[in-house]
Design a protein around this ligand. Structure first.
Ligand SMILES: Nc1nc2c(ncn2[C@@H]2O[C@H](COP(=O)(O)OP(=O)(O)OP(=O)(O)O)[C@@H](O)[C@H]2O)c(=O)[nH]1
Ligand SMILES: [Mg+2]
Length: 176
């Protein structure tokens, strides 16, 4: 079994989780698609940054509808989160935070996993809008970073923050 810290990417469908995953691992492993619901199984790969190493897991999105496949996808994602030391909660910086994102946040909190909010798709969002997203509009009161996965913006800072967090974190055993 791997002793490396595990970081899980979580978020609603289509926010760019798989794009972010591929950029951070440095190759295309996860399927990226303009349609929501592309990722069903979680994929995992190691990431090396500044001589630090961790495992990164991509997961399927959290859907509004409750089909059997969807529930299965969500349950698989939560299983990965239970193993992980840090969750990246990916949001779409071009729109408001959705009720289902608050629900996902609540689920992750319940697991007891530390959360880093990643506001994606910000390449064309004006700086003042991003600032407000990272401060007053960030309803989660967690550390937040703005990135553009597609345009490779903010990814170095994101990796710095991840390694700083996973190497200093000690997970408490989770209770159900
Ligand atoms: N404008 C913009 N689009 C992005 C960015 N990152 C990803 N996308 C696009 O958003 C769409 C969804 O990307 P995915 O990476 O498949 O999203 P996902 O969160 O993995 O989606 P599911 O697997 O369905 O949950 C694709 O069309 C991507 O090209 C970004 O930084 N900016
Ligand atoms: Mg995906």
């Amino acid at each position: 079994m791997s002793k490396r810290p595990l970081v899980v990417i979580a978020g609603l469908p289509n926010v760019g989780k798989s794009t972010l995953f591929n950029k951070l691992i440095g190759r295309r492993k996860a399927i990226v698609h303009r349609l929501a619901g592309m990722t069903r199984d979680s994929v995992r790969e190691k990431v090396i940054h500044e001589e630090r190493i961790f495992d990164l897991a991509d997961t399927g999105g959290f859907f509004e509808e409750e089909g059997e496949m969807i529930l299965l996808t969500r349950e698989k994602a939560m299983d990965v989160a239970r193993e992980a030391q840090l969750a990246l909660l990916v949001l779409d910086g071009r729109r408001e935070v959705l009720p289902l994102e608050r629900e996902l946040y609540r689920l992750l909190k319940k697991i007891g996993i530390p959360i880093l909010v990643v506001v994606n798709k910000t390449e064309n969002v004006p700086p003042e809008k991003i600032d407000s997203f990272l401060t007053e509009k960030n309803p989660f009161n967690e550390e937040a970073l703005a990135v553009s996965a597609e345009h490779s913006e903010g990814l170095y800072e994101l990796l710095d923050t991840i390694v700083e967090k996973v190497t200093s974190l000690k997970r408490l055993p989770h209770r159900t």
